[in-house]
Each structure stands twice: as C-alpha cells, then as structure tokens.
Design a protein around this ligand. Structure first.
Ligand code: FE2
Length: 285
C-alpha cells in the first residue's frame, strides 16, 4: 500500500490496496492515522462487492442506518445508494438532499465519525463532493476568538438550515423520522474522539442556535463561522473515478454534494454507495 498526498490543500490517495482481499489490523491502523492527519482519503481502483465494502466499514466503527429509511439499500440497511439512478432520486429534492454544507449525523447525540462513498457510476461532468477542513479553519482563528468559541454549545436540528445561503433544501422528514432526531447539543469546538485535536464542529447544516445566546446573535455568529470555513483554502473538491472510495473525517470537516440532474443518457449517471460510521475503529476499542 502506498499513501500519497494530494495536490490540493489536504487529503491523500491510497494505492495498491484491495478491500476484496481484506485489510489487516496494521494496514487499517495506518489508514486511520492517515485519515486523522489528512482529513480525506481516496482509496483508488476498488472492485470489491457490497459485503466486502461493509466489512471494511465495520473496521472503522458502527455503521449507521440512516434516519431516512427509504434511502437504505435493499439487503444492506446500513448502506445508502447516493446519486441520480435510484427510484428515490427521481425526486429532485431527494436527489440533491446532500447538496448543502453539513457534517453527517450532527443532529444525533452520537454523530458520525467517518463517511465513505464508493463510486459505482460517475457522470462525465459534475457529481463532485467538496470537503472543508474545519480544523484548519479553527487553527487559523485568533486566540481571543478561540477562547470565546471554546466555551459555547450549539443546538443542532435536522433540516434547520434548509435552503439557506442558496443551498439545495433538505427533503422534510416524516413525523416518525423527526421524532427520532430531536434537537441535540454539541460543543461548537469539539475535540476529536481519537486524536483529541480541536475543530469547529457542524457550523453549517444543522446548527440552529447557541445555548445562552439570543437567537439573532447566535445566527450571526454561526453564519460568520460558516463563511470563515468555506474559504477556498480550506476546501478540497473530489472528482470521482469509478472504483474510488472517498472517505473523510466527519469530526473535522464539512462536506457538500454538487447538485446533479436526472440521468439523460450515457455518461450522466451517478451512483455511490455510502456508509457512515459512528464510534471508534476496532483497533482503538
Ligand atoms: Fe453528507
């Protein structure tokens, strides 16, 4: 296995690894460390099936069955099919339901730690994922701002920032789904559960308020932090090739899908298999 830094501001590519053959503990630890150091890993040239992919996913922790149960893959409830080829994706709102800046499961008390997307079909144009490094964004704040933010707790709610800032709106939850994800607090600056490093957490997507702060003041601060994070210097844009498994550290990043049209012939289909993980990788348990 060879891990090479990308040309962009952060991230690495991984070559010479075959998930179908299984990944031993030492190799897995190397991948964990590379992810925590670089925010993004893209494992190239994979051909493994969904079972082998899920086996790899479980080495990172516990796969999360998504609150939107209609997007779970048949026979693989902890995997989602993302893109424009599924029945669900005929609805534009659902097809582009990740085309806004967020981090996965920030609306849950036990949020995602890693998300991975395995590219099955990729359009000739578009279909990228952008990832923002919120640790670098935090590191660059001045000491007084860090001190202020370090004490704050944000409230997160699924869909609470839907359609803001020109981003695609989130498809609304059913009442039963909404009951599963009530408003949830997280520190605005959160320590990574493995490395202890601190980063701005979930400042886009689900943050709707800050404890002890007037609503308007909180919204202004959250908007400022989002704008600070979304500077080009903190963003990597991944253009997929079939066989890529792109993964990012959801504790120290935000990400955003590029909106996509319904397929209209050869070279326009997009299909990725998504696994989101919570908890600690097996080697750290
Ligand atoms: Fe996401």
């Amino acid at each position: 296995m060879e891990i090479r830094p990308m040309e962009g501001p952060f991230g690495c590519t991984v070559h010479g690894l075959d998930l179908g053959a299984g990944v031993d503990q030492d190799t897995c630890r190397e991948l964990h460390e590379a992810l925590y150091e670089n925010r993004v890993l893209v494992i190239k040239d994979q051909t493994c099936d969904a079972d082998a992919y899920m086996t790899f996913g479980r080495q990172w922790g516990s796969p999360i069955p998504h609150v939107i149960d209609s997007s779970r893959m048949a026979g693989q409830p902890e995997m989602m099919e993302i893109g424009n080829t599924t029945e669900r994706a005929k609805d534009e709102l659902k097809r582009n339901s990740a085309a806004f800046w967020h981090t996965d499961q920030s609306y849950d008390a036990d949020p995602a730690t890693v998300t991975m997307l395995y590219a099955q079909k990729i359009p000739d144009v578009g279909g990228e994922t952008r990832v923002c490094d919120t640790k670098a964004a935090y590191d660059d704040l001045d000491a007084a701002m860090k001190q202020r933010l370090d004490k704050l707790t944000a409230t997160h709610l699924y869909g609470s920032t839907s359609g803001q800032d020109g981003e695609c709106p989130t498809a609304p939850l059913t009442e039963a789904q909404a009951r599963e994800v009530p408003p949830t607090p997280h520190p605005l600056v959160r320590a990574h559960t493995i490395t202890g490093e601190r980063a701005l957490y979930g400042v886009a997507g689900t943050a709707m308020g800050i404890k002890g702060m007037q609503r308007e003041e909180a919204e202004i601060l959250i908007a400022q932090l989002k704008a600070h994070c979304l500077q080009e210097k903190y963003i990597y844009k991944h253009r997929y090739e079939v066989g890529d498994i792109a993964m990012w550290d959801t504790q120290m990043t935000l990400h955003c899908a590029t909106p996509i049209n319904a397929p209209s012939g050869t070279g326009t289909e997009r299909l990725l298999w998504r696994i989101s993980i919570r908890g600690k990788p097996v080697v750290y348990q």
